[in-house]
Ligand binder design. Structure first.
Ligand code: ATP
Ligand code: MG
Length: 445
């Protein structure tokens, strides 16, 4: 029924040849039913890890999850987990030890949401919890009593929202109420696991809806309290055209940020987070200001990155984008100012900070761009064609010594400096033949 890749068909055949039950479950079945092509294939079976490994000698076994992974020639990831059952949950977390179940039904019943309990045996669908109905109606609903399921493993609280954001689904009302009721349990979960789900929400097709779900279910209070308080910070004041409170502005900025990168999206979501601490309202004029909010914002971004256990690289990017998000876009800026901006942000993050700005603009009710912004982007490119430092010159000290037939000494540095200034001031081009000519001319005077 599903159009399976040959390598996946082979897996079905090997298990069946050895009289084992084998079912495709989880994301792949969901994707097939939604008309998408999965790249991630989770199977469940009555074979035990040692038996699976015998069938597939190239596979490897992860003890913690009871999962055997099979490397394929294509990029597809195949993970096979024997039928598992509910075991004792302690501390609202994943059980420490794994127990095997006898039947498919038992395995499906321990899964989190109905849309994740649909199994496929290679020929037909097995759907004891009516996952297909919820898939059709675009609904996330726990298998069984939500309070019980969320207290077994509190990561499911945020997984519900992750699936809603990825699929564009709604959360069934009883399930939603239960998330709100149990939201505090999320504090029992490790930040690594929260981070993985949170970044998936940011990377999804509906990241801003995801953040609003987090807020409405009170999870945001525990995950990103710095953002949660921003919804109480107004910014409408005379002569300023802000239309939203700070929190809503941040969510709208995320919504309209054109980047698909989760860290750029994260930075867009928190770029004004320093405003809660820097809010000031002049009683006479009614004017609201947030002086130096980007300085506070930078510190908060560092704290948030550490809490979420982001990698050093991810942290650097998040902090850099928040710290410099206030950059000036003006036609009277000097090239020097633009060069400083590029140095501060870093060439590799330029497109990201421009994307943040587009989100920021649209999230404030403005158009995505303006002639000034377009001019600024052109100048960013132009300025980068010019050298930034002496070593960017298309000539070096050794070459100068050869041309002028001189020994190392201050003269070499003076010539380099003169060439650099002339290139920066556009008197000469940064091209080898032009520079050689200029060196010869300088040698003669
Ligand atoms: P995708 O891999 O596309 O993100 P998925 O549904 O395959 O989505 P995984 O996180 O890979 O999600 O989990 C695989 C399956 O394992 C899920 O479909 C679900 O049935 C089950 N599962 C995963 N985590 C939990 C959990 N915390 N509680 C209960 N069941 C879970
Ligand atoms: Mg999966």
């Amino acid at each position: 029924m599903f159009k399976l890749p040959q390598e996946i068909k082979n897996i079905f055949e090997v298990f069946k040849k050895h009289d084992f039950e084998i079912y495709l479950v989880g994301g792949a079945v969901r994707d097939f039913l939604l008309g998408k092509t999965p790249t991630n294939f989770d199977f469940t079976t009555n074979a035990l890890p040692a038996q699976i490994q015998k069938l597939f000698p190239e596979s490897f076994y992860n003890n913690n999850y009871g999962t055997v992974s099979i490397p394929l020639k294509s990029d597809a990831i195949v993970e096979i987990t024997p039928f598992r059952k509910e075991s004792d949950y302690q501390d609202y977390r994943h059980p420490e030890k794994i127990e095997w179940a006898k039947t498919l039904e038992e395995d499906l019943s321990r899964r989190d949401f109905t849309i994740n309990t649909i199994a496929y045996d290679g020929k037909k669908i097995i759907d004891p919890f009516k996952g297909q109905d919820d898939l059709k109606n675009k609904i996330i609903k726990t298998v069984g009593d939500p309070d019980k399921r969320f207290s077994e493993d509190a990561l499911r609280l945020i997984r519900a929202i992750r699936f809603a954001s990825q699929l564009g689904f709604l959360i069934e009302e009883k399930t939603r109420q239960s998330i709100e009721k149990n939201s505090e349990l999320i504090t029992k979960i490790s930040w690594e696991r929260i981070r993985d789900e949170f970044l998936k929400i940011l990377k999804s097709d509906h990241p801003s809806e995801g953040v609003l779900f987090l807020r409405n279910t009170k999870l945001l209070k525990y995950i990103l309290p710095e953002l949660d308080i921003c919804f109480a910070i107004p910014q409408k004041s005379p002569k300023r055209h802000h239309i939203y409170d700070v929190g809503t502005h941040l969510v709208m900025s995320l919504k309209y940020c054109p980047s698909k990168d989760e860290i750029t999206r994260f930075a867009t979501l928190i770029h004004d987070i320093g405003k809660a601490q820097t809010f000031k309202k002049d009683e006479k004029t009614g004017l609201i200001t947030f002086y130096n909010h980007e300085v506070i914002g930078k510190k908060l971004a560092e704290k948030i990155a550490d809490r979420f256990k982001l990698s050093n690289k991810q942290k650097e990017k998040l902090v850099r984008l928040v710290q410099y998000h206030q950059f000036t876009v003006s036609e009277i800026q000097t090239d020097k100012a633009i060069r400083r901006f590029i140095r501060q942000v870093g060439k590799e993050y330029l497109q990201d900070i421009l994307d943040l700005r587009v989100g920021d603009r649209v999230g404030s009710g403005a158009k995505p761009t303006s002639w000034r912004f377009e001019l600024f982007k052109k100048r960013l490119i132009e300025v980068q064609k010019q050298p930034f430092k002496i070593t960017d010159l298309k000539i070096n000290g050794n070459e100068i010594m050869k041309i002028l037939n001189i020994k190392p000494g201050p003269k070499v540095g003076q010539v380099l400096k003169k060439l650099f200034d002339d290139v920066v001031n556009k008197k000469i081009e940064n091209k080898k033949e032009v520079l050689i000519k200029e060196v010869k001319r300088l040698g003669n005077i």
